[in-house]
Design a protein. Structure first.
Length: 370
């Protein structure tokens, strides 16, 4: 009998055994792939703007029209009557952007534009010059230009159709950096590296590798390594960092984890997931409800009688026999996959089974639901 594999299981297992054979470690990685220089980061910007030139798909609310009117007045255009702004021809939008580190005056950035009110589509619209501010309130960039939505929508006589989301769009290279954001690389004598994810073992290995090959380094905590800049690199920190970020280290084995995506039914099980002895019994209960609507007619030749509607409902409960599967001690990933497939577990049931195994102490891993 062919078993139906109703669960999408992706096993991540890249194994390399060291010469001693005492532990398992994966292939080497570059430091630049697992860490970054502390303080060197992107900067997020946000602004309020107006998209004009819409063909009846813009905002229709009164409050938004007044806001757009005030914005035009700030640009020097005085409007005495709100009727001068046609409803549906403009839309209030929130404009967001990300400026990378070391951005200079005049650099161009991409903008993301999203509607804030009842606009139906931004297709064919143009973003009016908008100020983009940093969290401290300073204006860092300005942006304007035609909005690209990457799709289309149409409606007529109550019927509508769209090919993608048209209430959010992009303005490629629509933003211009007006103020440079100062970024400092370390302090006078040292540079600090920060891991993308806290890992004590990897932090210690990076500190040891840098100390052995380039310059003195020490692990400050579970995600930071402080590196002393040698005198010959004091005026060439970019070259110094270029050497460090290309060094290769052995990453530590990740924590045992099971990641479940309920929307797609995808389950990712790490190689370090282990199972202790357990027994799994899986069964199901099916409840079926059927309703038959009938009409009872009055007797012939009766006066004042009327038909009466009656609903007859029938409920059927069917309980399927549970299957028992035994999991032995120190079972591996393959054992888990075979055991779950053998009892025909569906994705919706697998989540409950994994959580039950975790509570029972059999599943030695963290469960993360995304």
């Amino acid at each position: 009998m062919k078993r139906i594999a109703s669960i999408t299981l992706i096993a991540i297992s890249i194994l390399l055994t060291n010469p001693i054979g005492s532990y398992v470690e994966s292939a080497t990685v570059r430091i630049k792939d697992v860490a970054h220089v502390q303080g060197v980061r992107d900067n997020q910007l946000v602004g309020y703007g107006v998209v004009v030139g819409l063909q009846g798909t813009g905002d229709n609310s009164r409050s938004t029209q007044i806001t757009n009117q005030l914005m035009l007045q700030n640009l020097g255009t005085v409007i005495e009557q709100s009727n001068y702004i046609q409803k549906g021809s403009s839309a209030a939008v929130m404009v967001t952007a990300t400026v990378g580190p070391f951005a200079k005056n005049g650099d161009k950035i991409d903008l993301t534009v999203s509607t804030m009110a009842d606009a139906k589509s931004l297709e064919g619209g143009v973003l009016v010059m908008t100020q983009l501010r940093a969290p401290n309130g300073e204006v860092i960039a300005t942006g304007q230009g035609p909005v690209s939505v990457g799709g289309t929508s149409a409606q007529a006589n109550g019927t509508s159709k769209r090919t993608s989301i048209t209430t959010t769009g992009r303005v490629p290279n629509g933003g211009i950096v007006e103020r440079e954001i100062y970024t400092q690389i370390g302090d006078d004598t040292s540079i600090t590296l920060t891991l993308n994810k806290t890992d004590y073992t990897l932090t210690a290995r990076i500190a040891q590798t840098v100390s052995d090959l380039i310059a003195p380094a020490r692990a400050v905590d579970g995600s930071s390594i402080k590196i002393t800049v040698p005198p010959k690199f004091q005026n060439n920190r970019i070259g110094f960092l270029s050497i460090i970020e290309n060094l290769r280290v052995d990453p530590s084995v990740e924590r045992a984890k099971v990641v479940v995506n309920e929307r797609t039914g995808t389950i990712v099980i790490g190689n370090e997931v282990k199972l202790m002895p357990a027994a799994i019994a899986h069964g199901g209960i099916t409840v079926s409800i059927s309703t038959l609507n009938e009409a009872i007619q009055p007797n012939p030749f009766t006066m004042g009688g009327s038909a009466v509607g009656v609903s007859n409902s029938e409920i059927d409960i069917e309980e399927q026999g549970g299957n028992l599967v035994e999991i032995k001690a120190n079972s591996t990933l393959n054992d888990l996959v075979k055991a779950l497939n053998s009892i025909g577990v569906k994705p919706i049931d697998l989540i409950s089974i994994l959580q039950a195994l975790k509570e029972a102490g059999s599943l030695k891993a963290d469960i993360e639901i995304i």
